[in-house]
Design a protein. Structure first.
Length: 207
C-alpha cells in the first residue's frame, strides 16, 4: 500500500483547495492560540468548503478545553481529531470521533514503547521531532533509525521536505507522512511548488 500524505497547518482555503487537487490524503487545521498557524472558528467554514469529502480533514489541538473541541467540530466538521499535548486517552476519546495522538520524539521524550500504552483508543500515533511540551510544526527532525515496532499505525512528522521524504519512508515505512513547515513559504502559507515536489518525492519509489 502506498504511503498516505498529510499536509498540516493550513490557514487559507485556497491552499487547502490546491492541496486537495494535488492528491493529498489528509489536510490539517490547527486551533491552538499562540501558534503561527492558528485558525479561528470563523475562518473554518471556508476551509471546510475547500476540502472534498473524500479527503480527511483533521483538527489539531494542544491541551484544549472540551468545549473548545466541540466548537471546532461544529465549525470545521473534521473527520479526524489530532491531539498534540498532555491530553489523556479518555479526554481524547470523549468526543465520539476517531483521533490520532502526537508523541514528542525530541530530547527527553522517554520510551515510545511505554508511552504508546497510554493511548489505547488512538487510531494512530504521530511521531514528531519536537521536545516534550513544545509545539510541533517546527521542522525538527528526529532519528528515524532503530524505531521500535509500535502497536498502531505511524504518521511520521518532523523536519520532512521533498529532499528527505523518500529516505524517511524507506527507513521507517510509516502509514503516513505528515508535513507542515516543509511545504511553506511562510508559517501557514503553503508553497505550491513545494507541495507538488513533496508529493512527487513521497511516491517516487512506488511501482
Amino acid at each position: 500500500m502506498s504511503v498516505r500524505i498529510k499536509f498540516c497547518g493550513f490557514t487559507r482555503a485556497e491552499d487547502a483547495a490546491l492541496a486537495a487537487a494535488l492528491g493529498v490524503h489528509a489536510i490539517g487545521v490547527v486551533h491552538v492560540p499562540g501558534s503561527k498557524r492558528h485558525v479561528p472558528l470563523e475562518a473554518m467554514p471556508a476551509i471546510r468548503a475547500a476540502v472534498p469529502a473524500h479527503i480527511e480533514l483533521v483538527a489539531l489541538f494542544v491541551n484544549p478545553y472540551a468545549d473548545t473541541v466541540q466548537a471546532v467540530i461544529q465549525a470545521l466538521q473534521p473527520s479526524l481529531l489530532q491531539f498534540h499535548g498532555d491530553e489523556t486517552d479518555p479526554f481524547c476519546a470523549q468526543f465520539g470521533m476517531p483521533f490520532i495522538k502526537a508523541m514528542a520524539m525530541g530530547e527527553g521524550a522517554g520510551d515510545i514503547t511505554q508511552r504508546q500504552k497510554d493511548y489505547p483508543s488512538a487510531q494512530a500515533l504521530v511521531l514528531d521531532g519536537h521536545a516534550p511540551g513544545e509545539l510541533g510544526g517546527q521542522g525538527e527532525r528526529f532519528a528515524w533509525t532503530n524505531l521500535p515496532v509500535l502497536d498502531k499505525p505511524i504518521y511520521l512528522a518532523g523536519g520532512l521536505h521533498a529532499g528527505n521524504v523518500a529516505e524517511a519512508i524507506a527507513t521507517v515505512k510509516p502509514y503516513a507522512v505528515d508535513v507542515s513547515s516543509g511545504i511553506e513559504s511562510a508559517p501557514g502559507v503553503k508553497d505550491a511548488m513545494k507541495m507538488r515536489d513533496f508529493i512527487r518525492a513521497a511516491h517516487a519509489d512506488e511501482p
